[in-house]
Every structure is written in structure tokens, then in C-alpha cells.
Ligand binder design. Structure first.
Ligand code: IPE
Ligand code: IPE
Ligand code: MG
Length: 249
């Protein structure tokens, strides 16, 4: 056993390759709560504790970018009370975790439609991003009101505007230009994508960026996802043969 179950902290495994960018679809909070006959909100609360534990684990292991899918463009269609609770939880999380981010040299960033978030959440986000801007230990990207399709539409508009104004020639539009006009501009693509709770789908997450990501889907519900399981996935990731369409002989 290499885990300290009391604190939830697991000892760091020896890894030959550490992915620079890991993206996680944090799914299963509702089912976790339902299994316990609790309100879905309780599942989200417990899920936010997992966020803290996995952010710590990512930092310990030396991941440079950790992108967490926290709220999708489609999630706005959930019942009002749930959306409200999620926004409140997010605000509380940002407030509570600021010191931890500073102590661990973590920079907070957000991808998605920031303008759609409630004013209070936006203000707290802006503040946290500004205060942690110079931290370079790990970048924590929270995907909030994020949708891969909305991101692509936004990119197309931005590139079209540059083309119309003559800032960029039509023939100069290439994959780099596209990547630079996404929310994830200047970040490497995730080498690893994890989804909890067993669903075999992408749910509109990072559509462009995951072209060659290694995908791991675990049945574990997000509130039960542990540092130990995260480390085991990272160990397994090293055994994947990433060919990128080529042959490896
Ligand atoms: C993930 O858990 C959190 C968000 C999408 C905000 P869910 O709330 O989707 O949990 P399930 O899928 O209903 O179990
Ligand atoms: C994906 O989970 C979005 C987040 C984890 C924020 P959902 O629970 O919203 O996705 P579907 O509905 O199962 O596709
Ligand atoms: Mg879900």
C-alpha cells in the first residue's frame, strides 16, 4: 500500500514520462449522490473535494497543465437550482483554494464563455486569475460554460475577422492559426484525457485538442476518484504506444 488513506494523499509514483497536459471530464457527481439517497448538490460538494485532491496530485507529479471540465455549455439546461448551486460552489471553491494555489505555485486559468457566468463568479475568477498570474508550477484550467463547438465557432469568427481586415492572408490560415485562436492558445494539446463514471463519450469537450490524446475511461464516479487511481492511470499511460498514424518499427 502506498496510500495514506487518512489524508487521501498518495505517494508519488516513479514515472518515465509525465504528460504535460492532462484533461479530465469530471462526471458522476449526481449518481454518487443518488446511490446514497442524497441530493445531487451533495454529490457536487463531494466532487469539489476530489478537485482539490487531484489538483494537488497533478502538482506533485509535475503536470504543467491540468484542464478540468467543470461546467459545459449544455449544463445551463439543468434545473435552475442545480445551476445556481454549482455556481455558488465554484465561487466558494475559488475563495477557499486561493491560498493553496499560492502556496503551491498554481496559476488559475479558465476556458469557455466567461461572459455567461454570473457576475459574482466572474469577478472572483478574474481576481483569482490576476493574483495567480505569475505562478508557474502548474496551470489549472477550469472549463466553465465550455463547449468545444462554441469554441470552434468563436475561433472561426476571430480568424474571419483577421482575414477580412487583412491582418492575415487567406492562404496563411493553417492548423497553428486555428490553435492560436482557441481558448487553449499557447497550451500543448492534452496527451491524456480521463473520463470518470464510465460514459463512453466526449460530451463536447476539447474537440480540436484531443485529436491524438490517449483516452482513459474509468467506472469510478468523480467523488470517489482518488490520487491513487490517478497515479495508476498515469502509470498505464506510459505503456500506451502512441503512433500518431505512423508505424513504430
Ligand atoms: C458531473 O457530474 C458534474 C457536472 C456535469 C457539473 P454530473 O452532475 O453530470 O453527475 P451524473 O452524470 O448525473 O452522475
Ligand atoms: C460532461 O458531463 C460535462 C462535465 C463534466 C462538466 P455531463 O454529465 O454534462 O455529460 P453527459 O450529459 O453525460 O454527456
Ligand atoms: Mg454527468
Amino acid at each position: 500500500m502506498n496510500s495514506d488513506t487518512a489524508s487521501g494523499e498518495s505517494s508519488i509514483p516513479v514515472l518515465a514520462t509525465i504528460p504535460e497536459h492532462v484533461a479530465i471530464i469530471m462526471d458522476g457527481n449526481g449518481r454518487w449522490a443518488k446511490k446514497r439517497l442524497l441530493n445531487r448538490i451533495k454529490g457536487h460538494e463531494k466532487g469539489s473535494e476530489t478537485v482539490r485532491s487531484i489538483v494537488r496530485a497533478g502538482r506533485k507529479i509535475g503536470i504543467k497543465y491540468l484542464t478540468l471540465y467543470a461546467f459545459s455549455t449544455e449544463n445551463w439546461q439543468r434545473p435552475k437550482a442545480e445551476v445556481k448551486a454549482l455556481m455558488h460552489l465554484l465561487e466558494r471553491f475559488l475563495k477557499k483554494e486561493l491560498q493553496e494555489m499560492q502556496d503551491n505555485n498554481i496559476r488559475l486559468f479558465t476556458i469557455g464563455q466567461q461572459e455567461k457566468l454570473p457576475e459574482k463568479v466572474r469577478a472572483r475568477l478574474q481576481k483569482t486569475m490576476a493574483l495567480t498570474e505569475k505562478n508557474n508550477g502548474m496551470q489549472l484550467n477550469l472549463a466553465l460554460s465550455y463547449g468545444g463547438r462554441a469554441e470552434i465557432v468563436r475561433m472561426v469568427r476571430s480568424v474571419a475577422k483577421q482575414a477580412v481586415s487583412g491582418e492575415i492572408a487567406m492562404d496563411a490560415i493553417n492548423e497553428d492559426v486555428v490553435a492560436r485562436n482557441l481558448h487553449t492558445a499557447d497550451m500543448p494539446d492534452p496527451e491524456l484525457l480521463i473520463r470518470t463514471s464510465g460514459e463512453m463519450r466526449i460530451s463536447n469537450f476539447l474537440l480540436w485538442q484531443i485529436a491524438y490524446s490517449e483516452i482513459f475511461i474509468t467506472d469510478t464516479l468523480w467523488p470517489d476518484f482518488s490520487q491513487e487511481e490517478f497515479f495508476n492511470i498515469l502509470k498505464e499511460f506510459q505503456n500506451r504506444d502512441r503512433r500518431f498514424g505512423k508505424t513504430n518499427t
